[in-house]
Design a binder for this molecule. Structure first.
Ligand SMILES: *Cc1c(COP(=O)(O)O)cnc(C)c1O
Length: 411
């Protein structure tokens, strides 16, 4: 039911030009990626970490749900390194670079690998993390392929996830120096456990001390050579300057989102002012149907909402299959023409029903902003996360690949 395409073309100036974004299909929500905001956030981090430290961006989980292919054009030229979890993503990035004639950036696969993947990464010139004993199985296949893989050693300093405990380094990595024909140890890293949920960094400082122990043990094994040292994700990059070392691995905040409320408070204390991060992602959907329901009508599965008065509802073709959390049932708002419109009843697999009674002019179709700015209003990933009882990371990272993503430049 496409009633009025001009409606969307003449959206408010704070919204991207939708004429190009919506295309023929009217039955799907759209994610808009603001590459200007990405560039801005990268510049904020570059200024913050200064000249002595490189800026790396984490693009795991399809760039935190933003879409790897959609962030690379703006992000790739703005950073010094990229980090992924899945080896396939490193291969995709190399293919993208070659297609668009971009110089290859240093890439590091943070996740676990089998021997075949290790060979593939060596082939495309990506580095890998050695974080468990599996590295020994890589040696034969790398030798057979005549390839050498650059590796960073992960030290588990208190997260309990990947990596070697500092005291286990000598045994777990014994012999790695003799494998230097196929493994080139070029870096050492760790990952913090408790930088986001606190406003003091006692545990992180303990982790840094453990990191130095692990680094010393590693140096004893591999001899005198330059090792790139890195520990800081978004929050520690901002709130714990001594964690920045040679390169920072900025994930969530490159996309303009704060790791937590506590990080925001601490960042203001550390820097004296609040760094301005700009959210990169907006999410919009056109209504599939609008109708008036008489007073007393129920809305949605379970009849959890009952209309007190006559209510004009818009049915939106988006649901939990599309990453809109069911936990937002009867809690969230969407924005229509700069007004907050409550979600009525339960979020369904492919549908959402909102109250558009207050939208003037009784339009036959509306565009709803599920996440992002609309007029003078904004719904942030933090708002959705708060209503859904989760964190902004989960809201964006679970936006599925099937949603069309459109690159725009607003900021
Ligand atoms: C995800 C991740 C990061 C980035 O974390 P953010 O909090 O999103 O900045 C950095 N390092 C490692 C090892 C990670 O897994």
């Amino acid at each position: 039911m496409l009633t009025s395409p001009e409606l969307f073309a003449s959206a408010s100036p704070t919204q991207p030009a939708l004429g190009s974004g919506w295309g023929a299909s009217n039955v799907s929500s759209r994610i808009f990626i603001d590459c200007g905001a990405l560039r801005h956030n990268a510049a904020v981090f570059r200024a913050m970490v200064g000249e002595g430290c490189r800026l790396g961006a984490v693009v795991k989980a399809d760039a935190y749900g933003h879409g790897l292919a959609h962030v690379l054009p703006a992000l790739h030229p703005a950073v010094d390194a990229l980090y992924v979890i899945a080896p396939g993503d490193a291969v995709r990035i190399r293919a993208w670079e070659s297609t668009y004639h971009r110089p290859p950036l240093p890439l590091l696969v943070l996740g676990v690998l089998d021997a075949q993947e290790a060979v593939e990464l060596a082939r495309v010139g990506s580095a890998a993390v050695v974080g468990d004993e599996g590295w020994r199985t890589w040696l034969g296949p790398l030798r057979a392929a005549g390839l050498r893989l650059s590796v960073h050693v992960h030290i588990d300093t208190g997260l309990g996830r990947e990596g070697f405990l500092p005291e286990d380094v000598p045994d777990a990595l014994a012999g790695i120096a003799d494998a230097s024909d196929v493994l080139n140890v070029v870096g050492v890293l760790t990952h913090f456990a408790d930088t986001e949920d606190v406003t003091e960094q006692t545990y992180a400082r303990r982790q840094l001390a453990r990191f130095r122990e692990g680094e010393a043990s590693l140096r004893a094994l591999v001899g005198d050579r330059p090792l790139e040292r890195h520990t800081a994700a978004s929050a520690p990059s901002m709130v714990l300057p001594e964690s920045r070392l040679d390169v920072v691995r900025v994930g969530i905040s490159i996309y303009g989102l704060w790791p937590s409320r506590e990080t925001r408070i601490s960042a203001r204390l550390v820097k004296g002012e609040l760094p301005e991060l700009r959210p990169v992602l907006s999410w919009r959907v056109r209504s599939q149907h609008i109708k008036d329901l008489p007073a007393g009508s129920y809305v949605g599965y379970g009849c959890t909402h009952r209309c007190r008065d006559r209510t004009r509802v818009a049915v939106l073709p988006v649901g939990y299959h599309d990453g809109y959390p069911r936990a937002l049932s009867n809690r969230a708002h969407v924005l229509v023409e700069g007004r907050r419109c409550p979600v009525l009843g339960r979020v369904m697999m492919n549908h959402l029903i909102v109250d558009v009674t207050g939208v003037p002019g009784q339009p036959e179709q509306v565009e709803a902003t599920l996440l992002g700015r609309c007029g003078g209003e904004e719904l942030s990933a933090d708002d959705l996360a708060g209503w859904a009882g989760t964190i902004n990371y989960e809201i964006v990272a679970r936006l599925p690949a099937h949603l069309p993503r459109i690159t725009v430049s607003e900021s």
